[in-house]
Design a protein around this ligand. Structure first.
Ligand code: ZN
Length: 484
């Protein structure tokens, strides 16, 4: 994002040079690029008339019969007047809410389908960035956090920021793990600190800690991240077994799954749920429950029938569809014991959400999209419904996908609420999501940085994606391709 340049400690000539490069790279339309630096003309202002607004500010009341004006990609008024030349949208009988955020996603990135034959071999499997992003925007998801960001993820984020792809804002978290696997591995505190500084230097926004870190390295990573101004999100490493308290240190800012806590409970008692909630509260650690991923894991462990029958599956790249079905590790390792275990997890996570709510621990909605069965975009709506099912009010669930993610990400001044000055990342709904959270699915249109995408346009993009995915299915047999 061009705006971030100003925050970096660079000599002024570097800023000027970078700004020039950005101007050269600006798209012809300029519609999605940040208008501060784009030389292209902005789209005409938009007025949404007679609409009911859910601002989703901390104390903001519902605004009825509002006239919301969007100009230059931002909200410029909530009660008109309608500027001359504005495109008018009839908002009667409709609800306007902030665009939704999914705070735990994985996004496919280009790769090789077999070991490289020579060191500079380029990927032979390419994903179309627009195809990855279309289900998100069609579902009104205008912000995601990629919890497994790699170099290619930076390219995806930039393609959207530049305006050449329609997609959500992407926050990038770089994974650091212990053990001997691939990626950024750190098994000593010194290596952990270096991995944090490398991630900072490479342009990632956050650090994701993973399960195989030893306790000392984990603590060093969180400490170093604090020093370089990065928040830490992620798993609670296995090494904290029996000493969970010591994982809660300042800077460990977000737990990526309810499971990170529930796996430290032997009997899934309410007392354990309350204890976990107190630990999070005392440390200021937020939680992404990701109820939906555990629900899907439990379903797939039992049988693949529900996933195979899901109408959302056709929006997933055919290679991943094949992987989810032909190489589903939950289903392959199924046993009555495992099924019972996951069922208990699903049930306990609902009680854990209630305990977190009772303790006042902020929760942000996340789905762990790209895990088998969890289809990005759609899965955020499933998560919201599960959060309400677990005991959040519709308003609390909505806050977990709008204002609260923006606060955690540090972008609350820019987006996440419907207020004058905020970026026009908005959803126009056919029905009131406070009356029924499932109404977040009834999307009449999506505003992406002030660009209006109608239901008709979004439906056409989705139909085209499904058609191409289905036509290419025979080319992507996961097991056959991996065997080559
Ligand atoms: Zn994940």
């Amino acid at each position: 994002m061009p705006i971030r340049l100003a925050k970096l400690p660079m000599p002024s000539w570097t800023i000027r040079l970078a700004a020039c490069l950005l101007l050269l790279a600006a798209p012809a339309s300029g519609a999605l690029a940040d208008n501060n630096l784009s030389p292209a003309s902005a789209p005409p202002p938009i007025a949404i008339e007679h609409v009911t607004v859910l601002p989703m500010t901390a104390n903001g009341a519902v605004l009825r019969d509002a006239t919301v004006v969007i100009d230059g990609g931002r909200i410029t008024a909530l009660q008109g007047p309608v500027p001359r030349g504005a495109k008018r949208i009839d908002g009667r009988g409709k609800w306007l809410i902030p665009g939704l955020a999914d705070m735990h996603v994985h996004l496919p990135s280009d790769g090789l389908m077999r070991p490289p034959r020579f060191p500079t071999e380029a990927p032979n499997l390419f994903f179309d960035t627009q195809d990855i992003m279309t289900p998100y925007i069609a579902n009104g998801v205008t912000q995601v956090m990629n919890l497994d960001a790699v170099a290619a993820s930076v390219g995806q984020r930039n393609a959207i920021a530049r305006g050449s792809v329609l997609g959500p804002h992407i926050a990038l978290a770089a994974v650091i793990n212990g053990g001997t696997g691939r990626g950024r591995i750190a098994n000593t505190p010194a290596d952990g600190r270096q991995a944090v500084r490398d991630s900072r230097g490479e342009g990632y926004d956050f650090i994701k800690v993973y399960s195989d870190l030893d306790t000392e390295t984990f603590l060093a990573i969180v400490d170093e991240a604090g020093k370089v101004g990065m928040k830490v999100v992620g798993h609670i490493p296995e090494a904290f077994e029996g000493k969970l308290d010591s994982a809660f240190v300042p800077g460990f800012a977000l737990i990526a799954h309810a499971e990170e806590l529930s796996k430290h409970s032997e009997n899934f008692t309410d007392a354990d749920a309350a204890r976990f909630a107190r630990l999070a509260k005392q440390n200021g650690t937020w939680v992404t429950p990701t109820l939906v991923v555990m629900r899907w894991i439990a379903s797939e462990t039992r049988s693949l029938d529900e996933m195979k029958a899901s109408p959302d599956l056709r929006y997933v790249h055919p290679l991943l569809q094949s992987k989810w079905i032909a190489a589903n590790r939950y289903n392959k390792n199924s046993s009555p014991k495992l099924i019972a275990y996951f069922d208990r997890m699903v049930e306990f996570h609902q009680r854990l959400v209630r305990a977190l709510k009772a303790e006042g621990v902020p929760m942000v909605a996340g789905s762990d999209a790209l895990t088998s069965g969890v289809v990005g975009g759609f899965s955020l709506h499933e998560e919201l419904e599960l959060l309400v099912g677990a005991g959040l009010t519709s308003e609390e669930a909505l806050a977990s996908a709008t204002r609260l993610p923006a606060e955690w990400l540090g972008v609350a001044g820019d987006r996440g609420t419907v207020e004058v000055g905020r970026r026009a990342d908005l959803l126009l709904l056919d029905a009131d999501p406070l009356a029924d959270i499932a109404n977040t699915r009834r999307i009449a249109g999506v505003f992406l940085g002030g660009r209006y995408l109608t239901r008709t346009r979004l439906k056409a993009m989705m139909a085209d994606l499904a058609k191409r995915n289905t036509a290419a299915k025979h080319l992507f047999d996961w097991n056959a391709l991996r065997a080559k």
